[in-house]
Ligand binder design. Sequence first.
Ligand code: ADP
Ligand code: MG
Length: 627
Amino acid sequence: MTRINQLDPRLANQIAAGEVVERPASVLKELLENALDATAAHIVVDVEQGGVRLVRVRDDGSGIERDDLPLALSRHATSKISAVEDLEAIGSLGFRGEALAAISSVSRLTLTSNAGDSEDGAAWQVQVAGRDMAPEISPAAHPRGTTVEMRDLFFNTPARRRFLRTEKTEFGHLEEVFRRIALSEFDTGFRLSHNQKPVHQLPPAKDAASRAQRVARLCGSAFMEQAVAVDMEAAGLRLHGWLGLPTFSRAQADLQYFYVNGRVIRDKVVNHAVRQAYRDVLYHGRHPAYVLFLELDPALVDVNVHPTKHEVRFREQRMVHDFLFRSLHRAIAEMRPGEGPVPHARAVEAPQEAGGESAQAPRQGNMMLAPPRAAPQQDGHAQSRAYASLFGAPDAGTRGNLERQVSDALAGWPEAAPDPAAASPLPDSRDDGMPPLGFALAHLHGIYILAQNADGLVLVDTHAAHERITYEGLKRAWGEARVRAQPLLVPLSMAVSTREADFAENQPDTFARLGFTVERAGPETLMVREIPALLRGADVEALVRDVLSDLVMQGSSERIEQQIDELLSSMACHGSVRANRRLTVDEMNALLRDMEATERSGQCNHGRPTWMQLSMKELDRLFLRGR
Ligand code: ADP
Ligand code: MG
């Protein structure tokens, strides 16, 4: 065990400073972090009156030596770092040496500890109340480990006491801190009681099943039923945890836990990567649910950014972003019928009720979101024009093949068999030969397919499912084809900065790959001669400006990828309208098989669910059978 030492002022000044004690929840956070840093196997938390009256944390960790007890309560005294270099790679949760000092200056604090050298339970205790009090050491009884008892928060600062909320609100914050930290360390057992009543009892979770059980207890069993476990590793980065189905989305971003080396954080790079990964599967305005752990070399993260240590800075932002995006995108793509959790009506409904937005079809300025029945007839011409402009005139070889693939996708089924080379392998069918989505029984009002599978009844929204299948087919085709350029009738001259003009001049290939021909026409003038045929309806100048600024900023253009996805998505909508007709059983079964083979087929392009399972058990419950 490392002894506590006073940091020299130079090092102390390099530590992100600021007040950490805002409310009882922040006290609990600091005390729990200390217990975990002491490698406790069990942590018991007792709280009274929302934590204002009492927050007591007991642990069976390494303990504090007698002579170190007063140091533990003084500012800038820590056992976790000692030199400036230590800030470069912090492996502990704490390192500022300020928490106990800050807490003891605004409460009555008792610190009792047994560092384990005397097995007879002989321990030492210090007590302080408020700022100007020298701690006195007295003998006490305590098994190996530490108890920190904080009473009467802000007893000596009435102004701050007035900012505290009701007992219920303060306990809510406190419980959330407990939840976050209990999710971060499965090997440790946790207990929480409020006003002598047990709230959470979490034994150490050493295997996958008990870990899943802990997540279910803390995040709800609906989340665990609607989540897939992920575990991916690349280039020294590891991401593991649980990812909610896109259809298990929430009205608030309140079920998002992201840990970096065991520390729960909020971070822009992480948020962006997650949002991108869920981009075209999430219902508009909803938030995904997840519990994810990123592990990487501590030297690659700076945690000394913010006093509450809620924020970090990745030294290789781009690498972390790409790793997260790729891993999550892959995991989401693989969520399809027959693999992972099954969308149940009950679980999908719950968050929508909370959001109060379930009944109405979403309005996103996209008419295709209306029910298929109400959708206006599409101009078949417009559709084939859009489609032709995407891939150009069919010529020999791949182009022709591609063309057929896309026209198949647009034409509907059963011709639209997925390309065996491009599609991922079919999910295993069950032992009894029953495919995951089963076989069609009927087409209800031309809208829903009713099918029977091994578990019971499957309901499919025909239009939504077909739309996703078409969209994925188009994206695949787009990915395999080269982006076709189309000349502008009148080349467009535009004024740009010298830097942008230089960039365009030096990087003609980057533009060409995206389907643009851009030439330099003067020190601050560009001439646009060709644009991607697919985007010919777009505002050319705005498009080139956006692409240029993306390219100059980051050397690649996400924007164009996004535009293309949006365009393909709306084309898929158009392509799927015709599906609003009564289908034969063979056609329905072909659609079910396509869904099983298509990535992300659990949601339409707008994030609405495409299918749902009603198990025999759920049906029995509906009809009160077997009661
Ligand atoms: P920090 O955690 O940043 O070091 P704190 O003020 O939270 O600062 O704690 C000061 C020191 O007291 C820690 O460095 C640690 O040595 C000791 N300490 C605090 N809580 C515990 C605990 N529960 N078990 C063992 N040691 C502890
Ligand atoms: Mg600490």
